[in-house]
Design a protein around this ligand. Sequence first.
Ligand code: HEM
Length: 460
Amino acid sequence: MGYGHSPFFASWRGAIKFMLRPRYYLLKGYKKYKSGYFKIATLREEYILVSEKGKISELLAAPADVLSFLDISADEIQSRWTLGDSSPWHLGLISGKLTQNIGTMTPGLVKEINFALDRHVGSPSKFTPIALHNVIQKVVAQAVSYAFVGHPLCRDEVYLGNIRAFTRAVRVSAELIRPFPDSMKPYLIRLTPVWRRQKFAEELMHSVVLARLRKTYKAKEAKPVDLLQWLADTAPSRERSVTKFVERLMRMNLAAMHTTTSILTGAVTQVALAPDLYTETLRNEVLPLRENGSITQKTMLHAIKLDSFVREAGRLNPVSMIGLMRVARKEFCFRDGTIIPKGTRLGVPTVAIHQDVSLYPSPEAFDGFRFSKLREEHHNGTMMHEAGSTDLDHLTFGHGKHVCPGRFFATDVMKLVLAVMVVRYDFKMPANTKPRKRYFGEHEIPDFSLRVLVKATGNR
Ligand code: HEM
């Protein structure tokens, strides 16, 4: 898309046009080539984007040594050097232990969310502006850290500041080392911000990680319920060091933090844009579902409007406008005979699928209760239309083999933060304020400068 008719500098022309209007070209390409493929160029790469469902299923079914998921992050964020060893032994802890323990963690998560809101918002008695993205990022950092490393680190402002800065450090460092030969990267990485962040994290976490590694628990002794403990319980011997543990945890922070923050910022923005439509309805759903005055797992399970709201926020705020990215390690042939040469990058225009009018009526509009209405209409006992479920029409968390293993945890954190916020605050947008999204390559960037007005309700 955007290459024009002349063969000269076509891919550069395409790349510049795509850089200026990425969303426009993804929507246009999908509409024009809905039954097949189209090509876009970024300043670094070209992508073949697959639009049709049968072909997307073929992409997902291809073995990892043909279409590789890992090669994308290896290149995009130079992960071998910025994040260290990529062996995925810890992934099962995310889809397993972390997901199974969401219920156990819920009271603690609610406490941390309230603590973070007290710290960063307080209880203003009249409408007061807050820097929304910044506040949400801090609340998410504290909740995620409670689940990952527990107390005392999850309340330590220095630790939290370091993990918040980590995502940016990874991106900047990847760009700094990219132009150099691989042989130089192990040395150059030591001069970059990600190295400093990683070493600082090791310093801050040293005694906590060492204590967990050394402590053996008696049969009836209660163990901490967090990711750090599950890592300590299951890590193979070659992984049992402070450096390796901190690498794992920072890798997980990277996966969890900015994704959850972006979608949740999008969700709260919608409450502030249409307070009459959403605040009371969400609050009135949550309040009666509390148990002994507290939000619990049962509240989360039954609050289907809240769940729908989060799913809709994910639909309209996909962290990457291109999803299911893969690199062809070998030549790959689709069933229709289309040959994808070795080295080609493939992906799916997630943003355009989420805007397909045949899948979502009025797709441009945020309809917070779009999915709860569908759940009420087609109650079939499945997880279809729930915030954490994925299908070829809803790719916020990917789909297939590499579907996000943290999606149930992430949706619960988002629902908990939103529930606590609508119970505690009224929202509105300041006069003449409209959120402005920006686009950079395939990334949608939330409006970091957006301020919304909040006022305490007196509820907690
Ligand atoms: C709203 C928040 C989140 C979003 C939107 C999100 C989205 C995604 C997406 C799109 C993928 C790639 C799927 C693919 O290309 O096939 C992915 C992978 C992954 N996510 Fe998430 N994620 C979120 C939160 C989390 C959290 C909280 C964790 C950890 C607790 C996590 C851990 C991971 C990991 C480890 C992978 C790689 C999976 C693999 O290697 O197979 N994510 N996520």
